[in-house]
Design a protein around this ligand. Sequence first.
Ligand SMILES: [Mn+2]
Length: 477
Amino acid sequence: MKCLAICQDELVIRTLEAVLHPTFDVEFLLESRSLARRLHEAGIHATVADPRRVDTYLRADVSPNTLVIVEDNGRRSLKRILDPVRDAGGMLVYVLSVGARRSERRADELKAGFPELNSLTLAELVSGPLLTELSRSLTRARVQQYQRYLADADRILILLHNDPDPDAMASGLALRNLLRRTKTTAILGAVQGVTRPENLRMANLLDIQVEPLTPAALTEFERIATVDVQPHYFGAVLPRVDLVIDHHPEQPGYSAVFKDIRPDYGSTSTILVEHLRAVDVNISERTATAMLYAIKSDTLFFARHTNRSDLEAFTFLYPLADPALIRKMEGAEITLDRLEYVMRAQQNGTLSEQVFCAFIGSPPREDFITYVADFFLQVEDVKWTIIAGVVNDSLIVSVRNLGYSRNAGEFVKKLFADVGSAGGHRAMAKAVVPIAQFRSKFGELTGPEISRKIHELATQFLHEHPVGERRKEAVRA
Ligand SMILES: [Mn+2]
C-alpha cells in the first residue's frame, strides 16, 4: 500500500520510515533540499515539493487508497496542506501531532473543515510501550533488591492468609520461583489451612503443600514474606516482616523491609507476573496454571475489580498454562452442600434496585457465605450481593459488587467497624461481627429480618452517594 507523508522534521521522517517500511511503500514530501539529499543517501524515498499545491499531489499519484500522513508541529496552517490533498483525491488522511501538546481549539477547527480526518499524537503512540518498559525497569530494581536481601537465609516463610485461596497459593509458588528456592527452603504456610473444596482440589492437582503453623511458630523463621495479605492480619505476633506483596488496600500497624502493594490490581498473582517478567525468570507450567486460575478466580473472570494489568498477565500466562487442569479445578466449586445454601438464599433473600441480600443461617464454614455472594452476583439484574450468616457466634457479612459502583469496603466499614472488624476492596468486602454486638446495635433480629435490615441499610447507603459522584470516583480509579 502506498503512503505519502508530508513531513519536515528529520526525526519524524526517520521514525516513520523505520516503522512503516517495508509494510508500506512510503514516500516523503518535504521542502528542504539539503534534508532530502541526506535522506536519499540513507536510502529513504524523499521528494522536494511545495505541499500547498495540488499538482504536487497529482504528481505523487495520490488516490483514494493512498495513506496520507501530515505532520503537524502546531506552527503552520494545516488547512493549506489538507485542501490540496483533498482536491487531488486524498481520502485516507492522518494528522500526526508532534508538538508538546495538541490544542483543543486547533483540533476542533480541523474537525469542522475536514470531518473525515484522523488524528494521531506522537506522544500518545509512544507512551504505552515506553511506560511499560520504564515501569518494568523499576519493578526489576525492586525485585533484585529483595532477591539479594533474602538470598542468604536458610529458610524463608512465605505466609498466606487463613484458608488460603488460589491467589494466595499461586502467589506463594511464584514468589518461591522468584527466590529460586524449593519447598524445603521456602515454606508456604498458613495459620489455618485450606478448606474450600475448589482450593483443596487446586492444592492436590498442582501438588501445593501449605504447612499449618501456630502463631507462635511464626517467630521461628529467619525471614518472612506475606503474599495476598498484610502482617496486621495476624495481629501482634507479626509487627515486622521482610517482604509484603499484596493487592488489598494498604494497612497501617506493621513494618516491612520491602513491600509492593497495588490495591488497583485484581489479584496478587498479577503483581507477581510483573515481577517474574521483569527479571526473566522461567515460569513452569504448574506456576502458570496456578496463577492463571488465581487471576480468573480473584476477578471472577474479569467481572469485578480488574484492570489492564490483570488482562495483560492473563494473556501472558495463557499459553504457558494447562487449561484442562483449570477446568478440573473449577468443577470442584459446585457441591451439593453449597447448592443447599444457594437455595436458602433464594428463598429468604430480597432483590430490589439490583441489590440482592440474604441471611443464610449457620453454615458449617465461612466460605459458604462468600460462595453464595459470588453465585448471586452472576444473576441477571444483580449488581450488589450482601450475604450474611453465623459462623462461630459471629455474623459474617460478605459483600460483592461488579466493581464500578460505590465501594463495598466503605459500606461494611460504615456499618460494622464500630461493632466488629470490617474491610475490603471496592468490589468485595467482609465484616465479622459478634452476634451479640450486632443485636445490641440493630435489635433482636432473626432470620429474614436480618436480610431485610441489611437490605434497608444498603439501599440507604447507595442512595446517599449520587451516581455522578460514583462515576467520578470510578474514572479516577
Ligand atoms: Mn487476592
